[in-house]
Write a protein that binds this ligand. Structure first.
Ligand code: PRP
Ligand code: URA
Length: 208
């Protein structure tokens, strides 16, 4: 089964509360999403494999560590884009793939419109990025695409998740661990997360 990591850090809790606030401006929303993604990125990369490497300091030669497995970041468009810069600043050598999905407003089912992934994705630790995990339909579909291209090690990073989404992903992809900033109560009749933060893409890009 998927391991579920719900963030417990005071800074993440504080910033998610600000992110939820309906008075938060687009500029502040973007900055907060970036800061939360940075803090969550630290957690989601804590088990990256390391290899021993020699390093020569100005004083002497010593052994150090280098990250062994290369990383691919895959934001789910649009809202996942708000988490990419933070992860890129932690792992500058990461390659970036994009999966474009939107939820049909009537059925709430994900509709694919774009998929471009690094050609060597099978060798990489993949971090799928999306601030919201609601029904889980978008994350399950995105992970399906990424697996079809050969990826074997995948983690999902969400700022806010609903229990329904966590269950859907862990049922469809039990090998994928999920990192969640806050695990919320439920979905409403429009499949929005309660209490949530509203529409993440609209708040991030000012398209309300
Ligand atoms: C949002 C969000 C997720 C999806 C979550 O995207 O960014 O991708 O909904 O919902 P689900 O778990 O029920 O699939 P949306 O479809 O609003 O598209 P957008 O990012 O382009 O606004
Ligand atoms: N997508 C969002 O942006 N917000 C939700 O609450 C659910 C799906």
């Amino acid at each position: 089964m998927s391991k579920i990591y719900v963030m417990d850090h005071p800074l993440i809790k504080h910033k998610i509360t600000m992110l939820r606030d309906e008075r938060t401006t687009v500029k502040d929303f973007r900055e907060l999403a970036n800061e939360i993604a940075l803090l969550m990125g630290y957690e989601a990369t804590k088990d990256l494999e390391l290899t021993d490497i020699k390093v020569k300091t100005p004083i002497t030669e010593t052994m150090g560590k280098t990250i062994d497995k290369q990383v691919a970041l895959v934001p789910i468009l649009r809202a996942g884009l708000g988490m990419v810069d933070a992860l890129m600043s932690l792992i500058p050598a990461a390659k970036i793939g994009h999966v474009g999905l939107y939820r049909d407003p009537e059925t709430h089912e994900p509709v694919e419109y774009y998929c471009k992934l690094p050609t060597d994705i099978e060798k990489r630790q993949v971090l799928v990025l999306d601030p919201m995990l609601a029904t889980g339909g978008s994350a399950v579909a995105a992970i399906d695409f990424i697996k079809k291209r050969g990826a074997k090690k995948i983690k999902l990073v969400n700022i806010i998740g609903a229990p329904e989404g966590v269950e859907a992903v862990s049922k469809a992809h039990p090998d994928v661990d999920i990192y969640i900033g806050a695990l919320d109560e439920k979905l409403n009749e429009n499949c929005y997360i309660v209490p949530g933060l509203g529409d993440a893409g609209d708040r991030l890009f000012g398209t309300l």
